[in-house]
Design a protein around this ligand. Structure first.
Ligand code: RB5
Length: 150
């Protein structure tokens, strides 16, 4: 189950994202906002992040003007690794190396066709584990207040 969230600026791009999810026969839960009426991005970043962190959803996709604000909000929730991507390469590597569990995109930055390619790359990539898992575990330690040693 994929969690989707957006503010008013990201609302229209949601259609393109849902198209890709449907192509992959993936179920999704839309946490809003449900229109282009002004909506505060931290609310939707948090909703999606909590759904992913709790296990209610496996992954999340967030949309705002730049993808920045909504990903910052999502990253405040423990266990979330949200990344903003504006091209497919980073989206693929964000999953393979960083096990990014939320993908954010900016509706003022990219168009629907590029967004679809980015979603496609992130969805089909697999976390490679190994040394990357060790590094992701170090990120979790930061969340737990540990000071990392070099
Ligand atoms: C809303 O104007 C805009 O700030 C928001 O969509 C997003 O880009 C924030 O990072």
């Amino acid at each position: 189950m994929i969690a989707i969230g957006n503010d008013h600026v990201g609302f229209e791009l949601k259609e393109a994202v849902i198209e890709v999810l449907k192509e992959h026969n993936l179920e999704y839960k839309d946490f809003g906002a449900y229109s282009s009426e002004r909506a505060n991005y931290p609310v939707y970043g948090q909703k999606v992040a909590m759904a992913v962190a709790s296990g209610e959803c496996d992954r999340g996709i967030l949309l705002c003007g730049t993808g920045v604000g909504i990903s910052i909000a999502a990253n405040k929730v423990k266990g979330i690794r949200a990344v903003v991507c504006s091209e497919p390469y980073s989206a693929k590597l964000a999953k393979e190396h960083n096990d990014a569990n939320i993908l954010a995109m900016g509706a003022r930055v990219i168009g629907p066709e590029l967004a679809k390619m980015i979603v496609e790359n992130w969805l089909t990539a697999e976390f490679q584990g190994g040394r990357h898992a060790e590094r992701v575990a170090l990120i979790s330690k930061i969340e737990d207040g540990e000071v990392l040693e070099s």
